[in-house]
Design a protein around this ligand. Structure first.
Ligand SMILES: Nc1ncnc2c1ncn2[C@@H]1O[C@H](COP(=O)(O)OP(=O)(O)OP(=O)(O)O)[C@@H](O)[C@H]1O
Ligand SMILES: [Mg+2]
Length: 246
């Protein structure tokens, strides 16, 4: 198993947010987590990335327990976190810089600026970009980071529908090219259906995984997505019911 979470629990100021989270993710599997606002999705990714410490439980990567910031995860947090004093190119290659291979990181990054709609902005600063452009830069930075488990927290939330579609297609293509295992947090049911092998519903207070949807179709395109109405409704009603209960 690529990644295993065992009995993870987390609380803030005495109130329990996540309780007894268990999850196994296979090599190259793409998982999406859907759940109501405030249920603990970002908290879970923060624990995995090592930014936050769980009260109890374990995180295992390839059978080995990881603690703190391990370098095993490429994390795109919910806020873009670009460094305002660095250019877009320097921001995007930040991990390359950390890993002392800035030159190669820059060559690799520059290949992608056009695809990401960032061409011409290589030497600009984050404040000169729109919110959507900053989000694409943060996504590019995460995708370029060498770690083989990607944690993406609503990576396309600030994008218009066309750019969102482009980034989703790029992410879908990335799976074939690179040996990546991905956990995506999203509020977009269609996005989750389009990209995932498995969709997990995180609900309840304290939250844990209450339901799982497996999507086994390998060949997917936008037309395929329009045909998934039944699954969409099933997921929608599941989330809606939870909202009513809580
Ligand atoms: N550092 C913190 N200190 C105290 N409480 C926190 C902290 N981080 C998160 N919380 C609380 O934990 C709960 C879960 O927050 P979290 O950000 O994980 O939710 P989420 O599922 O990602 O929501 P959204 O979909 O809105 O992003 C919320 O009630 C939030 O107020
Ligand atoms: Mg969140």
């Amino acid at each position: 198993m690529k990644l295993k979470l065992e009995n993870l629990s987390c609380s803030f100021g005495g109130s329990l947010i996540l309780e007894d989270i268990n999850l196994s993710v296979k090599e190259q599997e793409f998982i999406s987590i859907l759940g109501p606002s405030g249920c603990g999705k970002s908290t879970l990714l923060n624990i995995l990335s090592g930014v936050l410490k769980a009260d109890s439980g374990r995180v295992l990567v390839e059978g080995e327990e990881v603690k703190g910031i391990s370098g095993r995860f490429a994390y795109m947090p919910q806020q873009d976190l670009l460094m305002p004093w660095k250019t877009i190119l320097d921001n995007v290659t930040l991990y390359g810089a950390i890993h002392h291979d800035k030159k190669r990181a820059k060559i690799e990054a520059l290949k992608n600026f056009e695809k990401f709609g960032l061409e011409g902005y290589e030497n600009r600063y984050p404040r000169e970009l729109s919110g959507g452009m900053r989000q694409r830069a943060a996504f590019l930075r995460t995708a370029l980071c060498g770690a083989d488990i990607m944690l993406l927290d609503e990576p396309f939330g600030a994008l218009d529908v066309i750019n969102k579609g482009k980034m989703q297609d790029w992410l879908k293509g990335l799976r074939k090219e690179l040996n990546r295992t991905t956990i995506l947090v999203s509020h977009d049911i269609n996005e989750a259906i389009y990209l995932s092998d498995r969709i997990l519903i995180l609900t309840g207070s304290p939250a844990n995984f209450k339901k799982e949807f497996i999507i086994s179709d390998k060949e997917r395109n936008r037309k395929w997505l329009t045909e998934q109405g039944k699954l969409y409704n099933e997921i929608y009603h599941y989330l809606e019911e939870d909202e009513l209960i809580n």
